[in-house]
Design a binder for this molecule. Structure first.
Ligand SMILES: [Zn+2]
Length: 99
């Protein structure tokens, strides 16, 4: 029998807040800094390996990982790391390796 999924406020906050971060000036700035070239041909320099990859192959990574939260105090700290933490652009394989 399928178990009913529990509505988890922390998981919802995580998803919703990350969605806001996706459009943050800090994230856009990080992408802009790593960008080489212009328009559709533009590539991004990975901060770890020598690869230069198109936009669909990059992830914006937090140098200090944001981690997890399961109460409101931790959520506030998590938000601080998410929005104020240092960012860098990684290619997807390098980002996967960090997880
Ligand atoms: Zn890389």
């Amino acid at each position: 029998m399928a178990r009913k999924k529990v509505w988890n406020v922390w998981a919802k906050l995580r998803t919703a807040t990350r969605q806001i971060w996706m459009w943050s000036p800090a994230r856009r700035e990080a992408l802009k800094k790593a960008k080489i070239g212009k328009g559709r041909e533009a590539l991004y320099q990975c901060a770890v390996c020598p690869k230069q990859v198109p936009h669909y192959c990059v992830d914006v990574d937090h140098v200090i990982p944001c981690g997890e939260f399961s109460n409101y105090e931790q959520y506030a700290e998590w938000c601080y790391r998410l929005f104020e933490g240092e960012l860098r652009v990684l290619c997807k394989p390098c980002h996967l390796e960090r997880k």
